[in-house]
Write a protein that binds this ligand. Structure first.
Ligand code: SF4
Length: 372
């Protein structure tokens, strides 16, 4: 098997004529890249740009606010994946700003690691409404669909914020400045949905693309594939994770997604509505749809305050427009202990990943402090 070192040697030997930017879509990829120090091992003319791969970061602010209000006002048992609990919403400092604070204020908020835990909580509390706040990409939404397909207790409903990854990349590519020359496509999403979902990138946009796994070897192999495509003037979809990613993906998961959910236009926090980028429960599941069962706490005046806290650059970080340490709040007001935006909360958020990998200084300050 070819080692990371050998792949890196091949990358260094490529006669790249210019600076190239390669976007990696997946938060898991970004974590592997940052923790392995891969950027430092690459030639200076290759940039790796983290993309829209953090579902917690793009979960609309109003959905988090709704979940908080369901816990506090409707007195439901609110269950959510642990990452969501610290995501802040845009309210005055004296108000409850996260599910974690809602729990401290008396709300019954419980972290779960899987949909089955949500079902178990509902079964254990048959006299209380239980709302599962399910935010995630295809990999997380498919198990929610499986849970619904198997049947859930009457008292369990879902507040769904499921998102599809490829439409966000399509939106970038349809923009005037996509900001990247090649794409590393997500391995886990491709496992569920199949690699063919990314074929439009080379076929329609002429951008070399490779699906990667999560070890350094498979990531660097995918990187070599797209760089070599650029050098040779070729362009195709390369599956560099074939041991897990199969043509067609996971047929059962895709069937359950199609049976339980409709594809809808959906809001991405700070980004706006992206066509066909979200999931909604089918109308036949209305009795388990929290958005139909409970009042909406949407507040136009509060919404005008914006999706992101003032000064937070999460939306541009998510779209690969800036690097995390280019945000003026990075490492100053915003740290994992005092997160301002969602990208510093989630394990898949680029800001938190960069912080965890040892980047502790905002870029402007680091450059100003650099020896001349
Ligand atoms: S450093 Fe904090 S405020 Fe800035 S983009 Fe990242 S999460 Fe948002």
């Amino acid at each position: 098997m070819t080692t990371s070192r050998e792949w890196l040697d091949r990358i260094h030997a490529l006669p790249l004529p210019r600076k190239v930017k390669v976007m990696n879509v997946c938060g898991g990829h970004e974590r592997s890249i940052a923790m392995a120090g891969l950027r430092k091992a690459l030639p200076a003319n290759i940039e790796l740009v983290p993309g829209p791969g953090c579902p917690v970061c793009v979960c609309p602010e109003e959905a988090v606010y709704q979940a908080i209000q369901l816990a506090l006002v409707e007195k439901v048992i609110l269950v959510a994946f642990g990452d969501m609990l610290r995501v802040p919403v845009n309210v005055a400092k004296r108000d409850v700003r996260s599910l974690e604070q809602a729990r401290a204020a008396g709300g019954d908020v419980r972290p779960v690691a899987s949909p089955m835990e949500a079902v178990a909580i509902a079964r254990a509390n048959p006299d209380r409404p239980v709302v599962f706040f399910a935010a995630g990409f295809e990999t997380t939404t498919a198990p929610v669909a499986a849970m619904l397909a198997e049947g859930v207790p009457d008292n369990l409903s879902v507040l769904l914020a499921g998102r599809r990854t490829w439409p966000a990349v399509a939106m970038l590519l349809d923009s005037e400045a996509p900001g990247f020359d090649a794409l590393i496509a997500p391995g886990h999403v491709s496992t569920v949905m199949g690699p063919q979902e990314w074929a439009f990138v080379p076929e329609k946009h002429g951008i070399p693309t490779a699906v990667a796994g999560f070890t350094s070897e498979t990531l660097v192999a995918a990187l070599y594939s797209v760089l070599r495509q650029l050098v040779e003037g070729r362009c195709f979809l390369d599956n560099c994770y074939p041991e897990v990613v199969r043509p067609g993906g996971n047929p059962t998961a895709r069937r359950q997604l199609a049976a339980m959910m409709d594809v809808v236009d959906a809001n991405w926090r700070g980004v706006g509505v992206i066509p066909a980028s979200g999931y909604a429960l089918k109308p036949t599941l209305r009795t388990h749809d929290a958005s139909a069962l409970f009042p909406s706490f949407e507040d136009a005046a509060r919404k005008r305050a914006g999706q992101m806290p003032p000064g937070c650059d999460c939306a541009r970080v998510v779209l690969g427009r800036v690097y995390p340490d280019e945000c003026v709040l990075y490492g100053r007001a915003c740290t994992p202990r005092t997160p301002i935006g969602p990208c510093m909360v989630s394990d898949e958020g680029a800001c938190r990943i960069w912080w965890a990998s040892g980047v502790r200084t905002p870029r402007a300050r680091a450059e100003a402090d650099a020896p001349v």
